[in-house]
Structures are given as C-alpha cells and as structure tokens.
Design a protein around this ligand. Sequence first.
Ligand code: ATR
Length: 275
Amino acid sequence: MKKWFAVIGDPIHHSKSPEMHHFWYDDLQEDAAYVPIHVTPDTLEQAVTSMKVLGISGWNVTIPHKEAIIPFLDELDEQAKHMGAVNTVVRQADGTLKGYNTDGLGFVRSLEEAVGTNEKNRALLLIGAGGAARGIAFALVASGYTNITIANRTVEKAQAIIQELGVGQACSLVEAGEQLAQYGILVQTTSAGLNDAFSMPFSLDHLAAHAIVADIVYNPLMTPFLEAAQQKGATIVTGVGMFVHQGAIAYEHWLQKTPNTNAMIARITQQLGGN
Ligand code: ATR
C-alpha cells in the first residue's frame, strides 16, 4: 500500500517540506506521498485522530504545534523530552505514535557539513533562548560542544537553558556584542532578519577573524546578520542546511533510508537566489 506523510502547521502554505520529500521519494523510488495540512490549534487533537484513522505513516509538525502536540502522542524520544518540543511523529508498527525532534541535530549536521567536526572546542555563542535555541543547545552538547554561551534579550531564559544543560554560561545581548572577539562560532536563532524592525541582535564590530557564523533562518537566504558577518570575512552557514537535514533525519526515522541532502541543499539555495 502507498505510504503517506504530512506536515501540519498554521500557516502551512509556505512549507518547502512537501517538495523536498517528493524529490527524495522520486530519487529513492519510494511509493509515497507527502501533503501539507493546515491545522489550527483548536483542531489539533481531531487532526491527530483523523490522520491515524486514515493510515498515515508519520508527519512533521511546525509552528505553532511543536509543544501542543505532545499530550496526543504515546511516547517521546530522549531529545524531544529534553526540548519539550516535537517536529517529527512516527507511527510505529503497533500503531502507537512516537515524537522526535530532529531540528537540533539537523543544525549540528549542517554546521559540521560546512566546517567539519574539528571545531567542537571553539567558544560557541548561541544567540536567542526560544524553542529553536533550546533544541540546538541540547543537540550541540550531545554532539560534544561544551564551550557554550547563550545570549538573550531576556537573560533569565538563557540561564534556564544553561541550568538544564548543566554546562556553559548565559549573558545579555549587550555583553555578547562587547565580548564578541572571544567566540569562534556564532549561531543566530532569534527572529532577527524576519521583520524590518529587528534585523540585528547586536553589532558585529568586534567579530573575531576566521569566525564561523550560522543563522537558522533560510528565507531570506542571506539575513542581515549573515550579510554583516560575510563582510567581516566570516565563514557563513545559511539556514538551508538545517532545514534539509531536519527533514532528512525525519526521512530516516520513517523509511530507514538516507536521502540525498547535498542535492536538496543546492536546489533550495538556488531557488532562494543563492549559489
Ligand atoms: P523560536 O521557537 O523560533 O526560537 P521564540 O521561542 O519565540 O521562537 O524565540 C524568539 C527568540 O528571539 C527569543 O530568544 C527572543 O528573545 P526573548 O526571549 O527576550 O523574547 C528573541 N527576540 C525576538 N524579538 C527580539 C527583539 N526585538 N530583540 C531581541 N531579541 C528578540
């Protein structure tokens, strides 16, 4: 029987996940379909029940349901439990639903694809302390990055993540900007660059030479933060890699095959006007 998958969110029309998974189904000759479904918060429980009844094999979860879906699942993997958020659901052989979070590991794979695995000891500044930063922080620590500082407008939120991680330190955005020269890797996870009013968490005047600067936003491909870092000579990691790798890890959970991430990253980068 043909397998089917979905992505649920509100809004959902912008999602590139259906195109990405169909590209991989064609490439790996998988008889499957992947549909975007617009689910509002008040219909989330009904949507989960309906998808189960209709024989879905698994689905992705995007904003605003990543936390709200948890009560409707039977089991969570360790990373999703730590993060308190799920972006991938697997319908297991016995029909139960297991939640995973592939966002954080997707980021780490993207970073390491760009810069290799020898940078784990460099001082890493994670900017932001929202849901995305939390996922990335746990995945970084699980992957051996321990020299971590989290900077956030609301410092208490950064402190709370550090306390749960058990390593690293927290600081304000102002302090991070002033001390920037000491960091070898910057990871931008706030909504800076997504609206005109807030484009930069702080100035990059003190950016270290040879720094690696990553943003998790992939549309626009070059956020104002990445543009500024590139002008300073930094190595840039756009958000496309994280998006593709989180999808690839979900694919692995669902279909036990590894899809072609390089081709997909090149395709989306080109669509967004990059090269
Ligand atoms: P996500 O799930 O994408 O991480 P989120 O949980 O809403 O989204 O987190 C948004 C992040 O962007 C937070 O770190 C937030 O800082 P606060 O915790 O202080 O709210 C940060 N952010 C959003 N708007 C900001 C602004 N104008 N200036 C500085 N930081 C901002």
